[in-house]
Ligand binder design. Structure first.
Ligand code: HT9
Ligand code: FE2
Length: 375
């Protein structure tokens, strides 16, 4: 086997995702799993439950992850990378703990983990590491031999994540009426999080003023806008905006909301907009409801033509990027020097989250970081 396809020390890849309900009876227990101890107002939960019921209680996220699994397995097989791929979720079946137990039973001892979240932040990174630590603690108590788990670096600026989104924006612009196209604004959107969580996201050096979360999104938004200008010769004005806010109203979260932003664009006489969900890896509920349903209805009410550009989903370029990330980290773990691909101005993200990275409100054990209690 050629050296560049050597996954050692890894003997498996775990796709770690959010999870979502697969039918009406799953919705309430799923929301209970997600919000346990998170202090989300009851009214908001009812509202979010309604979004799921509009889609017969089925979140699109599981189908998206199954498609990504297929794409990863196809890519690995085609390129000759011999590495089994598993899938586990934080909040719904297949649960992370059950998948890890199965992996241990299958003899897996050193696992690379890909989270379906591309950026730094408590919700996008440390919370997944806490879930890994919780699962390891339970499996240890069951007397099972614990595998080592390494979380792959943030891939928000990997070309395999960014290039499909650039194509998506170009396609969305093309889909607008030609008379509106050149004046269209780009509204890059991501999940709103509490300002305090944004400010403390990333490494200690990143903290303050939106932290790594906002910096990383701005860098990618700028990169996509620049690439679109190069391709089309048109300078589309852009802004980073937010969606899916869920906290109590008196707690500041990142703003403006996409709907407010659309109102503002319309008020300023902008002829059209493309919503670009750079914060999300696939077309899950935040995209299908918050953008395709709610924000699109808002735009229709205003009379503002909008399009929503594609997320990466199971794009083969993304699957290839995951392969590169696994092989890059494997080589690093073997002590070899490797090229670490990244676009934009921030450079490749760290492999190991340092102490103080994306801190939790209340400190809890987190695996796969410098503060991990596990080897
Ligand atoms: C940064 C971020 C991502 C992106 C990174 C990543 O992908 O991980 C993300 C993804 C997702 N969030 C999702 C669903 C939910 N998130 C909630 C609540 C929250 N999300 C937050 C942040 C994020 N969330 C935060 C700060 C909260 C407040 C509570 C808390 O501090 O924990 C709630 C509770 C109800 C509500 O208030 O919305 C639900 C149901 C789904 C599944 C969708 C589907 O089913 O298709 C996905 C992919
Ligand atoms: Fe969320």
């Amino acid at each position: 086997m050629p050296d560049e396809l050597d996954p050692a020390p890894y003997d498996a890849l775990l796709l770690l995702s959010f999870g979502g309900p697969e039918g009406p009876d799953d919705v309430v227990p799923f929301l209970e799993n997600v919000t346990r101890g998170r202090g989300i107002p009851k009214e908001r939960l009812k509202e979010v439950g309604r979004h799921y019921f509009l889609f017969d209680g089925v979140s699109p996220i599981n189908a998206q992850n199954r498609a990504l699994l297929d794409a990863l397995r196809a890519d690995f097989a085609e390129s000759g990378l011999d590495l089994p791929v598993y899938w586990g979720n934080r909040n719904w079946a297949p649960y992370l703990i059950d998948t890890l137990r199965e992996m241990i039973t299958d003899g897996r001892r050193h696992i690379a983990v890909l989270a379906t979240s591309a950026y730094a932040s408590y919700s996008g990174c440390r919370q997944y590491r806490e879930n890994l630590a919780d699962a390891l603690a339970t499996l240890e108590a069951e007397g099972l031999p614990l595998p080592r788990v390494d979380k792959l670096r943030h891939y928000f600026n990997h070309p395999g994540f960014v290039r499909p989104m650039i194509d998506g924006v170009l396609a969305a612009l093309d889909d607008l009426d030609p008379s509106l196209r050149s004046g269209a604004h780009l509204a890059f959107t991501t999940h709103s999080i509490p300002e305090s969580a944004a400010d403390s996201s990333g490494t200690v050096a990143d903290h303050g003023d939106g932290g790594a979360y906002v910096k990383q999104h701005l860098d990618i938004a700028r990169l996509i806008a620049d690439a679109v200008r190069e391709e089309t010769g048109v300078d589309h004005p852009w802004r980073l905006v937010y969606q899916s806010r869920s906290g109590a109203p008196h707690i500041p979260w990142l703003e403006p909301d996409i709907c407010e932003h659309l109102e503002q664009l319309h008020g300023a006489g902008v002829p059209a907009a493309v919503m670009v969900p750079i914060g999300f890896v696939s077309d899950h509920m935040e995209v299908l409801y918050d953008l395709d349903t709610e924000a699109t209805a808002k735009a229709a009410e205003l009379g503002l033509p909008v399009r929503r550009s594609a997320t990466v989903g199971a794009d083969p370029r993304f699957a290839a990027a995951v392969r590169e990330l696994v092989l890059e980290r494997a080589a690093t773990e073997r002590g070899q020097r490797v090229a670490r691909c990244a676009l934009g101005t921030l450079g490749p993200s760290h492999d190991l989250c340092p102490i103080g990275c994306c801190p939790a409100r209340a400190e809890r054990p987190a695996a796969a970081g410098a503060d991990s209690p596990y080897a």
